[in-house]
Ligand binder design. Structure first.
Ligand SMILES: NC(=O)C1=CN([C@@H]2O[C@H](COP(=O)(O)OP(=O)(O)OC[C@H]3O[C@@H](n4cnc5c(N)ncnc54)[C@H](O)[C@@H]3O)[C@@H](O)[C@H]2O)C=CC1
Ligand SMILES: [Mg+2]
Length: 344
């Protein structure tokens, strides 16, 4: 495997002076913004950046002895040498898409080399292109969101090469943060779908559902896509009514997460209550295979189950892994129950 040289992106490359009192975070954000606005500065930064390679939207990963995967960032010059060896050239690197900047001020890009031979690439790179659905949950939690964002942006570029109104080609800016053209000079930006995910409680138990596509025994919080014209609260109320036939109140927002499956979504995590007197579920089986109430004890036992995908014998309840916002909502609920039990 080629060594990745720790080249730092120099903030001085951004010619616009930054205010002295800026925190490191603010400096990073402003530098990234500059890269999106200025193609020349971005092209220069690319030459010193870390680049994450993908092959037909599967990221290049290396497996570790502990059964986890690590992302494999490479430097511009390393990739240029490999491209030339495999019959491509440096021009391909211009398709790289900006994805972020590390805390060490290293600018990060991604690039899909799907037209090159996968086996030859894997040999040259000493890694494997792994389907993100398989790799996501065994990647380190600091790397999974970055690769999910990279895949989402690469997919967006793959599917927006032409204007849907005129049928004419669109062109990305150097950062890949937008595409312009299609005849009318329209600017296209990456899109994602807002989705609500809600942990419903009756005060003592929480309600989880499962779709037929979930692994056996896995239950999760209820989720659904927002419809045009809806507020977050309206989507929560509609989805819970549709899927389990209940009316919720006291909806509160918790946190959010970008979710790459099956396409880019912004998951908006909420908690909501139903009255214990009206908690009889009526599952819509066109949407869910099952939905049921779980006790605090069942949830705390399930939260302790490790190795979600690898265990041979199934525990009675599996919860989504820690990477998923569903797990965060369930953990928050369990914490709240623990506190209120202590207070009683
Ligand atoms: N990160 C997490 O913890 C979790 C994430 N999720 C994600 O939430 C998402 C939504 O959950 P579901 O229960 O499947 O949603 P859902 O209950 O809205 O049902 C999905 C159906 O909604 C329709 N739909 C409406 N707008 C759509 C759009 N913009 N894109 C795709 N389909 C649309 C389609 O007919 C689709 O079959 C899923 O993509 C799932 O991966 C679900 C549970 C946990
Ligand atoms: Mg749903």
């Amino acid at each position: 495997m080629m060594m990745v040289h720790p080249v730092k992106f120099l903030l001085s490359a951004a010619k616009r002076p930054l205010t002295r009192c800026c925190s490191a975070f603010v400096s990073r954000i402003r530098s990234l913004n500059r890269l999106k606005e200025d193609d020349d500065v971005c092209a220069e930064a690319l030459q010193h950046a870390q680049i994450f390679l993908f092959h037909r939207l599967s990221p290049l990963l290396q497996s570790s002895e502990r059964g986890t995967f690590r992302a494999v960032p490479l430097m511009y010059s390393d990739i240029r040498a490999i491209l030339e060896r495999l019959g491509s050239d440096e021009a391909k690197l211009k398709e790289s898409v900006l994805i972020g900047c590390s805390e060490q001020n290293q600018v990060q890009f991604c690039l899909d080399v799907g037209e090159l031979d996968q086996v030859a690439l894997e040999e040259a790179l000493d890694g494997t292109f792994v389907d993100l659905k398989k790799g996501f949950f065994v990647l380190r939690r600091s790397e999974a969101p970055l690769l999910a964002k990279a895949q989402a942006l690469l997919r967006w570029h793959l599917t927006t090469g032409f204007c849907s109104a005129t049928g004419r080609p669109t062109c990305p800016n150097q950062a890949g943060s937008q595409r312009v053209g299609g005849g009318g000079g329209t600017i296209y930006y990456p899109q994602m779908s807002p989705v609500v995910i809600v942990l419903v409680s009756d005060g003592k138990r929480c309600l989880l559902g499962r779709q037929p596509s979930f692994p056996p025994g896995m239950y999760s919080a209820l989720a659904g896509f927002c419809e045009l014209g809806e507020s977050l609260e309206e989507t929560v109320s509609r989805e819970v009514a549709e899927e389990v036939g209940l009316e919720v109140h006291n909806i509160s927002y918790s946190s959010s997460q970008h979710w790459p499956f099956p396409r880019s979504s912004l998951m908006l995590g909420c908690h909501a209550l139903v009255s214990p007197a009206h908690s009889q579920v009526n599952v819509d089986h066109t949407e869910l295979e099952d939905a049921r109430w779980f006790t605090f004890h069942e949830i705390t036992s399930a939260l302790q189950v490790k190795g979600l995908w690898s265990r041979g014998h199934a525990p009675p309840l599996w919860l989504p892994p820690k990477h998923a916002i569903a797990n965060r909502l369930i953990t928050e609920w369990a914490e709240l129950q623990r506190c209120s039990q202590k207070a009683d």
